[in-house]
Design a protein around this ligand. Sequence first.
Ligand SMILES: Cc1cc2nc3c(=O)[nH]c(=O)nc-3n(C[C@H](O)[C@H](O)[C@H](O)COP(=O)(O)O)c2cc1C
Length: 200
Amino acid sequence: MNLREAGIGEGISEVIVTTQSVSGVPNAAPIGIIAITSESGSNYFVRLYRGSKTLSNVQQTGKLAANVTHDAVLFVKAAFEPLTESWFSLFHSFPVLKGANSWILFDCTFREESSESESFTFQLTPLAVRINRKEVRAINRGLNAVIEAAIIATRNAIVGEDERDRAERERQMALYARIVEKCGGSREKEALKILRERHG
Ligand SMILES: Cc1cc2nc3c(=O)[nH]c(=O)nc-3n(C[C@H](O)[C@H](O)[C@H](O)COP(=O)(O)O)c2cc1C
């Protein structure tokens, strides 16, 4: 199945991944969907870092949904706080985000564990796709900067940091903040505010 129409192209597509626990508690987190494309079609993967709710849910249930969105606030909220039930809807009885442009429900098959066991790679097989809205959008540097800043902020939580890392992170965050102020719209500026409240 080619997922380009649903917004998942070649390379790494940043989406919000929704999952659920065995007892049915939904979760959302920004995750990159990796597409490796050849003449015979595309193969999809995710690399999940140890310690995330997303990883434990995928290990327990073998399923995830990719929610394609351009909403900067959603990326930042999903990265740092549990989203309440009101953000979710159901697609084939699986939790997805109400506001997303498309939903792709995947079956997940464990493929490999990294050498230090810090990440686990799963191959994704699409089970169902729904396109809710087709959006035509120009590139917005403010949105790109929010995504980069959110990655830096979450990486620090995953791998930890020393004093030199901290100084470098602050330098990069200041650069991205300037881009958001200059190029972003209201959603990007609100996302930056949430990021700053959480990460100084
Ligand atoms: C744009 C973006 C992409 C990310 N991609 C990944 C990824 O591919 N794999 C991963 O394990 N974490 C990734 N992260 C980090 C997780 O979103 C972060 O660790 C999150 O807090 C996990 O939440 P959870 O515990 O609710 O699953 C990404 C973060 C951002 C902002």
